[in-house]
Design a protein around this ligand. Structure first.
Ligand SMILES: Cc1cc2nc3c(=O)[nH]c(=O)nc-3n(C[C@H](O)[C@H](O)[C@H](O)COP(=O)(O)OP(=O)(O)OC[C@H]3O[C@@H](n4cnc5c(N)ncnc54)[C@H](O)[C@@H]3O)c2cc1C
Length: 305
């Protein structure tokens, strides 16, 4: 049942027709519990509130279906404005970006120029930018762009997914760049030729990646709602004298709020990934695919005014 529901929501997540309809609806059907608002301005008071509780943030302007160069440049401009507002409101927030929304599938020079414009602004305001990792057809291109940008900018990170067979080698390859990495299990539907099929293999590989990146001395964000991964990281850090300022836990906004607060109280750094924007549809569908329990609040949302 869980596997069927996962396939169903992942299939829905890639529908651009439903995506267009969703823009008209606005974040309803429970999406507003996991999305910060339709604009960054709407999200500012929420970020201030989360910051006041001690939570760090990374904001993500939702948008995956970009079909023209003009749209991609517009996305970059919006991202630049977000960076300026983070600075002017003195928010404790990073920015997460998806290269497809900045023109990755259009042309290399489009996404490159957009990232340079974003990184110049982020460097000016001392804001860290993390490149989210998308599906495996884009992994190589994303890592190449990350490495080229890391040669120019310090304030940039990216994501490694433990479901991909290649990820351990990617960590080795990235090590000389002193990378800022977020380690995740992976959210896309991937074929068995590139990714582990068994969940237990994905989990074991995440533990392996956490160990490797921490022992390599690199700052590591462990982005998981899974208690097993959180407890593993805590114990591994203690056993190996890894200082608590070498890693942080990251969770999505609206997920496991109690766990976020408990980790804060224990003295760990916790960052909340807060998506905003009218392009919330694909993001919402992937969260439903991951956790069928999320469907219940979506259904409740359907009946709420
Ligand atoms: C901050 C952040 C950034 C991310 N960035 C990316 C990215 O760039 N690219 C990408 O592909 N993926 C990204 N992801 C998604 C990630 O790859 C996983 O798909 C997602 O986090 C689900 O895996 P999990 O480790 O949280 O736990 P799962 O394997 O989904 O769940 C394991 C266990 O954790 C517990 N659990 C999980 N969710 C909940 C919940 N909501 N409430 C209570 N218990 C729960 C349950 O016990 C569950 O059995 C990101 C995730 C986070 C948190």
């Amino acid at each position: 049942m869980e596997a069927i529901s996962k396939k169903f929501f992942l299939h829905l997540s890639s529908s651009s027709v439903l995506d267009r309809l969703a823009k008209k609806w606005g974040p309803k059907f429970g999406a507003n519990k996991i999305v910060g608002g339709e604009t960054f301005e709407e999200a500012v008071p929420l970020i201030q509130d989360l910051n006041s509780q001690g939570l760090h943030i990374t904001v993500d302007h939702l948008g995956e279906f970009v079909s023209s160069e003009k749209e991609a440049r517009q996305r970059a401009q919006e991202c630049i404005q977000t960076i300026q507002m983070i600075s002017s409101h003195q928010l404790t927030s990073q920015v997460s970006v998806k290269l497809t929304s900045l023109g990755l599938d259009i042309r290399h020079d489009v996404v490159w120029e957009n990232m340079i414009a974003i990184m110049d602004e982020a460097q000016k305001h001392d804001v860290v930018v993390t490149i989210d990792m998308e599906d495996s057809t884009r992994t190589e291109k994303t890592l190449e762009i990350y490495k080229s940008l890391k040669e120019r900018y310090d304030n940039i990170g990216t994501v490694i997914q433990s479901y991909l067979y290649r990820s351990s080698e990617d960590l080795d390859d990235l090590s000389s760049y002193d990378p800022y990495l977020r380690l995740v299990k992976g959210a896309y539907k991937e074929p068995g030729k590139v990714a582990f099929v068994e969940k237990s293999d994905v989990d074991e590989n995440l533990k392996h990646l956490i160990e490797k990146n921490l022992l390599n001395g690199h700052y590591t964000a462990i982005a998981s709602h899974d208690d097993a991964m959180i407890e593993f990281t805590k114990a591994f850090a203690v056993e190996n004298n890894i200082p608590t300022d070498q890693f942080e836990f990251q969770m999505l906004y609206g997920m496991r709020n109690d766990t976020q607060m408990a980790l804060l109280k224990e003295g760990y750094k916790v960052r909340v990934y807060l998506p905003y924007g009218d392009d919330w549809y694909g993001y919402f569908m992937r969260r439903l695919a991951e956790r069928p329990a999320n469907v219940s609040f979506a259904i409740k949302g359907l009946f709420k005014k």
